[in-house]
Design a protein around this ligand. Structure first.
Ligand SMILES: *Cc1c(COP(=O)(O)O)cnc(C)c1O
Length: 405
């Protein structure tokens, strides 16, 4: 497929491989292995002298179609699918690091990512330093002669703080040119932020989120330069086996066809909701990268093409008031997942971030009144009505409904 076609076009067609039956929709190759025409053919494929698949842990046609379409979306030379987002993060970092190396990462990370950096990698002799991701001087001060990776998410979960990706890449250039800048781009989505263009080397996704977009299956992706992937990553993926299931690859591949439609709609609705929430008396603070009152609004405009499908807000009071709002919602569902067609709300302090010490939560700005909302594809008016009614009810302005009413 020509890379002169626009992104929307490529997301419908890129990477497709038709079988001899000429199917319109991409086929699902739900097979573990592949049959060879001759013993010589098998030997040639194993020797790397003939093209072709040998085993689905190494590669599978449906997975390849997903990888090619993802690479087109990200503007990356190559992509590898993985079984989950955490498998992508773990494989990318273990391929970039070895015992004796050092990694600098933002402290505001998805729980699993923080475990990999803070606990898992050090078990194998990798030193790690967590910094305040918003503070470029902290990134710079943390660099050591053995720094081989920088890792960040932007916007962060759940407070939607930003890391200046180009700023970290400039520190890499100046102080640790061999180090890889690895960006978990889940919250920004591939549509609104292109870390490779900002100087990152490797981008990882939990495809479980917006890429699936309908809450069905787990998946992940690692994107970067072809040579790095072939020389460093492939051996790790092949021998440790976090292979993406062809079934999940097929679901994710078909989802990429509608990704721009979904992300645009969800982002527009998130903007409407952020503005509506900001006017409610019960809401102390709204955090949305698309609003001018975001603490890093200038950086948001510089590095993101639009806001996000996620927003966070703090209700007046603490945990009790936040729970009251959450429990009063009818349309918005309570769930810690995100990027779904269904709007989902979570209370980070008692769910996704409950394992952090209270001081660590406070340092990240996660107060007990904070709620995170992943905006879905419902009608914006219905969502505004549901949130407003829940907030009114929590504020005691409307009577509680009677059971059975
Ligand atoms: C969900 C998520 C992950 C982990 O992805 P899984 O598919 O659940 O393994 C990693 N990073 C971020 C930012 C996420 O939101």
């Amino acid at each position: 497929m020509s890379d002169e076609w626009a992104l929307a076009t490529r997301l419908v067609h890129e990477g497709g491989m038709r079988s001899q039956f000429g199917e319109t929709s991409e086929a699902m190759f739900l097979t573990q292995g592949f049959v060879y025409d001759s013993a010589e053919e098998a030997a040639a494929r194993f020797a790397g002298e003939a093209e072709g698949y040998v085993y689905s842990r190494y590669g599978n046609p449906t997975v390849t179609m997903f990888e090619r379409r993802m690479a087109a979306l990200e503007g990356a030379e190559a992509c590898r699918g993985t079984t989950s987002g955490m498998a992508a993060v773990t494989a990318a970092l273990t391929a970039a690091l070895k015992a004796g190396d050092h990694i600098v990462a933002a402290g505001a990370l998805f729980g699993g990512c923080r475990y990999i950096v803070e606990t898992y990698l050090p078990r194998f002799g990798v030193e790690s330093t967590l910094v305040d991701g918003e503070d470029l001087s902290a990134w710079e001060a943390a660099v050591k002669p053995n720094t081989k990776a920088f890792f960040m998410e932007s916007p962060t979960n759940p407070t939607l703080a930003l890391v200046d990706i180009a700023g970290v890449a400039a520190i890499r250039d100046a102080k640790a040119p061999e180090a890889k800048v690895v960006v978990d781009n889940v919250f920004a989505t591939p549509l609104w932020q292109s870390p490779l263009k900002l100087g990152a080397d490797i981008v990882v996704y939990s495809a479980t989120k917006h890429i699936d977009g309908q809450g069905r299956c787990l998946g992940g992706a690692i994107l970067g330069r072809d040579a790095w992937i072939k020389d460093n990553l492939d051996i790790i993926l092949r021998q440790t086996g976090p292979s993406l299931s062809p079934f999940n690859a097929w679901v994710l591949l078909k989802s990429l066809e509608t990704l721009p439609l979904r992300i645009r709609t969800q982002t527009a609705t998130a903007g409407v909701l952020a503005d509506a929430l900001a006017t409610h008396k019960m809401v102390k603070r709204v955090i949305y990268p698309g609003r001018d009152d975001h603490p890093q609004a200038e950086l948001a405009k510089r590095q993101m093409a639009a806001g996000s499908t996620l927003l966070a807000f703090s209700v007046d009071g603490g945990r009790e008031e936040a729970f009251r709002v959450a429990n009063a919602l009818e349309l918005v569902k309570l769930s810690n997942n995100l990027g779904d067609a269904k709007s989902l709300l979570t209370h980070p302090a008692t769910t996704t971030h409950k394992n952090l010490a209270p001081e660590a939560r406070a340092a990240l700005g996660i107060d007990d009144g904070l709620l995170r909302l992943s905006v879905g594809l419902e009608d914006p008016g219905d969502l505004v009505a549901d949130l407003t009614r829940a907030l009114d009810q929590a504020a005691g302005r409307t009577p509680m409904r009677q059971a059975g009413e």
